[in-house]
Design a protein around this ligand. Sequence first.
Ligand SMILES: [Zn+2]
Length: 387
Amino acid sequence: MGVPWSTLFTLGVWCLWLRRNNFIFRNQHNIKNLMAETIAKAFEFAFLGLNERHCHSLTTIQVWCLPPPEHWFKLNSDGSSLGNPSKAGGALPTKANLCRRHVTESATCERCIREEETTLHSLWSCSKIVSAWTAPEWCACQNLNPSNFKELLSWILNNHGNPELFAMTTWGLWHQRNQARLLRPFSSSDLVVAQAKERLDEFIATIPLLPPALPRPRMKWKPPDVYGFKINFDGAIFKQENKSGIGVVIRDHSGAVIASLSQLTAPAFQPIEIEALAVARALEFGKEIGITEAVLEGDSELIINSLKAGGKSIASVESLLQDAFVLSNCYSKLLYSHCRREGNRLAHSLARYSINVSNYVVWMEEVPTSLIKVVQQDIANMANQFQ
Ligand SMILES: [Zn+2]
């Protein structure tokens, strides 16, 4: 049939893996002639894949946590899931997953011997790996309380600047857990982050350099519609002073400032916390000024998405957003907009400015003198936009 041996070998390995899964999870023990059956199956798959009557085109679909469409196969490159990790509770063969599949009797984590070993527990919340996640790289995640690993991952992807390091660290922790289970030497949890960094640097060093990227167009502040108002908000953290700042600015369609606010508060909150406080203050400020219809804009995607979802978000933010959610009901029309940091410069500058004020300061139709140039720059950018 002319099937390359490399193809046959790969498909043969996959057939063996399917056979192994059937053996473990479906109790199918009736293997009569494993070698003949494996080779025959591999030929069959190769034939289906290579014969043009069956293979009209190559289609790529994303099925990450979803079951594949009917008549499709899903090849998991890791773990023991038979196809749908979201239903199975994750693809990793954690104790909870193995117990659910009746492979083991106990779902208890072998490291802390206290809790059920889910994916989230084994890679994030187990008390024995706390030192991996208290490294400075993860300080923004200290107060997170995700209910499952998917929730944690989506927070990291949206908010943490280094999801690659997160991937390397979780891999390191899983490897450490397996080494410990097999009574082999393993690294302590506080070393895992350092090793993850080394591995990541090593990996990055092997990636060929790309041609220099074209300069990214600068994100500009966009004005609201005529007769509309836009409220931009931002938070800032002053670690040394153990304080946090809030900046809010309300502008009209011409970019003219209706009112601005700079507020200092204590202590130094986590980034997500101060963003949640800032959005509530922004809504309160807009209400005080008498705005009833507005576009509320910030550079925290998580906060904006949570408000769009009616205040629902991951647990650690949900409670903080309650005030904002209640205040949002005071508006007859409120739209939410997420912008990049460059589009939120004035609110950001006002938040940074707060270190100069005690409690808070409001400016009507103006901003602090040192920030006039930021207002002018936004207005100039608007003019360029319309040319
Ligand atoms: Zn544990």
